[in-house]
Design a binder for this molecule. Structure first.
Ligand SMILES: Cc1cc2nc3c(=O)[nH]c(=O)nc-3n(C[C@H](O)[C@H](O)[C@H](O)COP(=O)(O)OP(=O)(O)OC[C@H]3O[C@@H](n4cnc5c(N)ncnc54)[C@H](O)[C@@H]3O)c2cc1C
Length: 391
């Protein structure tokens, strides 16, 4: 019987051939994995890694090449997210953020916005943020209160965003704001491209998190920030539709990130089960240790196949793509939390000690069930597709 290995991803790719696959694996092994413990401990922002990733064409994977992207497919993007996260999930998270903001700018931006924001973002000269969440508006995005009001040809932006990835380091942000309270989320919400180094913008604070600690997360406060009319992205009032469109890709990316955490945790656990001896035999000789690993690896393969299915659906524009992306995110993220737990248990006491990879992975996995739409929100999306007449 052939041995089962977790050394390489189970994911296929589309346009990425063996050269690109090798490039990603080498980058992960040589540049990311050796830094993960230090980044977790110090919460340092590894800008140099992101500049390197941009140089090898790994930012803006699905953005067309004529706009500075890689011009690859959602399946290639999923592969990249899984691989980077196998190295360290904060790095994958940065790639996901660039993909989301890059996709929105590419699809809805003007030629001027492409030159000013998209190209520098993909070259990692201008880090970005994506600012939706507010203190009173998390899962329920339609209830945001950040407001943009017209002032002559300009807009005045006021409000406060919380838990924003890259807020402490970003150059510009896409900010969701109400432009017509009468119309509500369908027609009354718009998205603006906001330079963060300007009067009226405050980077409120820097959060210290349970996991993915090299990801910089903080608040952004806007106090009557004057925006020119061309700061609007796409059409006024259309932002909710834009967000829904790009969130499916975001969820696919988090599915990939969660799969990478699972694979790293299970690879470490399998190694430990073979290496660690107690009672005169490897601990993996006990079914109490090997069966949870067998179940977890089976779940990981199933979650990988589902995510690849979702990526194909997204790439071909299938009607059920968004629901499949929700299923992929739900399955992979719930799996990552379970699998990291199995890995910690396999390590025993050392799994609880700082500096061991599985201890970090256990903490890093937890947020995947929350950001980019909680597991409950994914179940809501899936159940609505399943039971449309009960809505
Ligand atoms: C590390 C980190 C990074 C983040 N990055 C960003 C970012 O870059 N940009 C950004 O805009 N946001 C970001 N967020 C915010 C994140 O997207 C939200 O935290 C998330 O969407 C959940 O919103 P909430 O925290 O307000 O929870 P709530 O919406 O208050 O939910 C709390 C709980 O109630 C459940 N719940 C709520 N409504 C329902 C319902 N109708 N049915 C069943 N259950 C329900 C939720 O599932 C959850 O379990 C980030 C958050 C973190 C922690």
């Amino acid at each position: 019987m052939a041995a089962l290995s977790l050394r390489h991803t189970f994911l296929p790719t589309d346009t990425f051939g063996s050269d690109e696959r090798r490039l990603v694996e080498e980058f992960v092994d040589e540049q990311i994995r050796p830094l993960a413990t230090e980044l977790d401990e110090t919460e340092r922002f590894p800008r140099e890694l992101y500049t390197e990733l941009a140089k090898i064409g790994m930012f803006g994977v699905t953005v067309p090449t004529d706009l500075g992207g890689t011009g690859a497919t959602p399946l290639d993007y999923l592969f990249l997210m899984e691989g980077l996260s196998y190295g360290y999930s904060s790095v994958a998270d940065q790639c996901g953020l660039v993909e989301m903001v890059g996709s929105l700018l590419a699809a809805f931006g003007t030629a001027e916005q492409h030159e000013r924001y998209l190209r520098p973002l993909l070259a990692y000269e201008r880090p970005c943020a994506y600012a939706l969440t507010e203190a009173e508006s998390g899962s329920d995005l339609g209830s945001i209160s950040t407001r943009a009001v017209r002032d002559g040809d300009d807009w005045l932006l006021s409000g406060e965003k919380i838990y924003i990835h890259n807020a402490p380091v970003a150059d510009f942000a896409l900010v969701l704001a109400v432009t017509d309270p009468e119309k509500g989320k369908r027609g009354g919400i718009s998205v603006f491209v906001v330079d963060l180094e300007q009067a009226g913008v405050t980077r409120a604070y820097h959060e210290h998190k349970m996991g993915q600690r090299a990801s910089q997360v903080g608040g952004l406060v806007f106090d009557r920030v004057r925006l020119p009319s061309d700061a609007l992205l796409g059409e006024e009032g259309k932002a909710f539709g834009y967000m829904m469109e790009v969130l499916a890709k975001g969820r696919l990316g988090i599915a990939g990130l969660a799969l990478g955490i699972s694979r790293a945790a299970l690879a470490a656990a399998v190694q430990q089960a073979a290496d660690r001896t107690q009672f005169g035999a490897p601990i993996g000789a006990n079914q109490a240790i090997s069966f949870p690993l067998a179940t977890a690896v089976t779940e990981l393969r199933a979650a990988t196949a589902l995510a690849a299915d979702a990526a194909h659906a997204l790439g071909s524009g299938a009607d059920d793509a968004a629901v499949l992306c929700s299923m992929a995110k739900l399955t992979a993220s719930e799996g990552a939390v379970r699998h990291a737990d199995v890995a910690v248990q396999t390590f025993g006491g050392s799994g609880f000690i700082r500096g061991y990879e599985v201890e970090r992975l256990y903490r890093d996995a937890r947020i995947t069930r929350i950001y980019e739409g909680t597991s409950e929100m994914q179940r809501l999306i899936i159940s609505r597709a399943l039971l449309p007449r009960t809505r």
